[in-house]
Every structure is written in C-alpha cells, then in structure tokens.
Design a protein around this ligand. Structure first.
Ligand code: NDP
Ligand code: DGY
Length: 329
C-alpha cells in the first residue's frame, strides 16, 4: 500500500458520486476521502478550502478547475479525475505547467449519450412534448390530417458536426431509420466514417444540405459559438437542429431568432448556457424548442461505470501507475 510520508493521501471529491466509485476508493486503502457531501455543486469557497493540500481531486463538469483552484491545492496535487468525457471546464495549460495528470471517462458513456441524442432528435422532430401536452390540456379534439406534423428521418440527409466517439454512435443508430445521406464535418476526415457511409464535407455544405444537424463535437475555442446567425441562416427552413455537446457551441440569441422567424424548423438541446437554463429563458417559451437538463449519460448503469472509472483514474494518479483512461494533453 502506497502512502504519502506514511500517511494516507488526501483526496477531495466535489460531489456525492455513485457508490460504485466510493467502494473502489475505500477498498484501495491508500487515501483519505473528504467530499462535498451533497447532490448540489460545491460553492467556490468550499472548493478552494476542500482542495487545500490534496493529492488528488475528483471533480465534475460543473467545477471550473483553473489556476486559482490549482494554487489553492498546492504542490501535493498529482491528479485530477473528472467524472466526464468533456474537459472544457479545466485549464489544461495550467494543469500541464504543474505536471498534474488528468483522468476522464471516454467510451463508457458513448452509448447512453448517443441513445439520448437520438431520443431528443425524434422528440424534437416529431413534436413529442407538444403532443403529450395537448393530450393533457384538452387540445386533442380529433385525429386531424394537418395537426402536429413533423419531420421524419426516412430518406433524409443527416449532418453530424464532430464524428468522434459519440457522433459515430449517433450515426450508427440513425442509419437504420432510413437515412439516405450521412454528412460529417470536423478538423480531419475519419477512417471509421466508412462504417456509416459518412461523407466528409465542409461545414457550409453540411449546414445547407442537412435535414437534421446533430452537434457532437467537443467545446474548444474553435467550436465556441460555431452555431450562430450565419450558421442558422444557411440551414433549410425545414431542418431540425440538435445539440448534445456543450451549450457554448451555440449562440442562443441567434438560435432563438432562427426558431421564431421560421428560419429553421425546430431545435433540441441537452446542453445550454448557462446550466441550469433560467426558467424564464426565452427559449423555454417556444413550442419548437425541446430542452433537456444535460442528461446524455444519465442511465443508472452508465453513471455507476463512470464513477468506478473516475475512481480508478484517481487511484492510478495517486499511486503513479497507469490510469485506465488518462487524458493525453
Ligand atoms: P471525441 O473526442 O471522441 O469527439 C469529439 C469530436 O469533436 C472529434 O471527432 C473532433 O473531430 C470534433 N471536433 C473538434 N473540433 C471540431 C471542430 N472545430 N469542428 C467540428 N468538429 C470538431 O469525444 P466524445 O465523442 O467522447 O464526446 C464529445 C463531446 O460530447 C464531449 O466533449 C462533451 O462535451 C459532450 N458530451 C455530452 C454529454 C451529454 O450529457 N450531453 C455526454 C458526454 C459527452 P476532429 O478529430 O476532426 O477534431
Ligand atoms: C460529459 O461526460 O462530458 C457529459 O457532459 C456528462 O456525462
């Protein structure tokens, strides 16, 4: 059992996590765990306090890990393990400067997130929330030929922005719905695109030709605000926009305008800025906008596996051994 100067190493967890992760940490017997014992985010001051002297930090996508946090932690900090595949909440340059290793949770949440994205796409395109509401409020008077019509995938062109792990899993799930053409964009063409007959095209082509646009790229300085006024104005008026990556990829004012002026048909968002989206946000007044509370990876099983992986990543970093999923940066 490896210990720091004969004592247990100190780790700080910024939230309650599923028991699958806690069990692994306690069974290892190498660290003393303190945590923000809540389902709600740790206040900034508590994070800065909790991290002091820690050898390891297990964080969530809602925790901004910047120079201030790293300085508060001090020189003991060897590893940061995030309970997410996205890492846009962490200042990687500052982390690298201090020689700290980073663990994350790729692959294990790919299926759950792709499944949710397909559900969101179908719910948005076929107007499910509106339909459910009409059943409850008495708006359902009869079967009507022109009522609650939407858009179908069969024979359509789908554009995936960011054909990575999740984008690919979304494409694989959409194909059997009868998608005719699968376009994708990104920095580089992907060999795995052949499995879904994916065609690598410039972003402009994808935007103007797609009936459904799915955003599944990572949030980077390059993708921040990518979906803006110019983007939406190139889309077909009958096209449906879906985002399950990060809210900041979308300019929400421009999206609101595109949805209210009929520039695009509908939008489904699993991610927003900020999160939570204020309940009085203009987007929430629109029937053609379906907003979910960032639940892409939320299956019981996936969250348990994510917790276990993040615990193993943390232990690997503490002990200076392999981490099952170490971020190379
Ligand atoms: P990957 O790294 O496998 O995929 C990210 C993709 O983004 C890559 O294919 C990359 O393509 C692409 N990309 C990067 N820059 C650009 C760009 N400028 N334009 C278009 N595409 C770009 O990650 P995952 O698929 O595992 O996860 C993707 C993201 O999904 C995460 O970063 C996270 O933000 C989000 N996510 C959301 C969840 C939710 O609950 N809604 C759950 C899990 C993840 P290239 O290699 O060509 O750069
Ligand atoms: C991630 O992992 O980045 C998601 O947003 C939550 O699972």
């Amino acid at each position: 059992v490896m210990q720091a100067a004969g004592k247990l190493m100190k780790v700080f967890l910024t939230r309650r996590i599923p028991p699958e992760g806690m069990k692994i940490l306690s069974a290892a017997g190498v660290c003393e765990v303190s945590l923000w014992d809540s389902d709600e985010p740790v206040p900034r001051e508590e994070l800065l306090k909790g991290v002091q002297g820690a050898h390891g930090l297990l964080c969530l996508l809602s925790d901004k890990i910047d120079a201030e946090v790293l300085d508060a932690a001090g020189p003991n900090l060897k590893v940061i393990s995030t309970l997410s595949v996205g890492f846009d909440h962490m200042a990687l340059d500052e982390i690298k400067k201090r020689g700290i290793r980073v663990g994350y949770t790729p692959d294990v949440l790919t299926d759950a997130t792709a499944e949710l994205t397909v559900a969101l796409l179908l719910a948005t395109a076929r107007r499910l929330p509106e339909g459910v509401e009409e059943v409850k409020n008495g708006g359902w008077s009869s079967w009507k030929p022109l009522w609650l019509c939407g858009y179908g995938l069969s024979g359509s062109t789908v554009g995936v922005i960011g054909l990575g792990r999740i984008g690919m899993a979304i494409a694989q799930r959409l194909k059997p719905f009868g998608v005719k053409k699968l376009l994708y964009s990104g920095r580089t063409a992907k060999a795995h695109a052949a499995e879904v007959n994916g065609e690598f095209v410039p972003l402009d082509t994808l935007v103007s030709e797609s009936d459904f646009i799915v955003v599944s790229c990572s949030l980077t300085p390059e993708t921040q605000g990518l979906c803006d006024k110019a983007f939406f104005s190139k889309m077909k008026k009958t096209a449906v926009f879906v985002n399950s990556s990060r809210g900041a990829v979308v300019n929400q004012e421009d999206l609101y305008e595109a949805l209210t002026t009929g520039q695009i048909a509908a939008a489904g968002l699993d991610v927003t800025t900020p999160e939570p989206l204020p309940t009085n946000h203009p987007l929430l007044t629109l029937k053609n906008c379906v907003v979910l509370p960032h639940i892409g990876s939320a299956t019981y099983s996936t969250r348990g596996i994510m917790a276990a992986l993040s615990a193993r990543n943390l232990l690997g970093g503490l002990q200076g051994t392999d981490m099952p999923s170490e971020l190379n940066f």
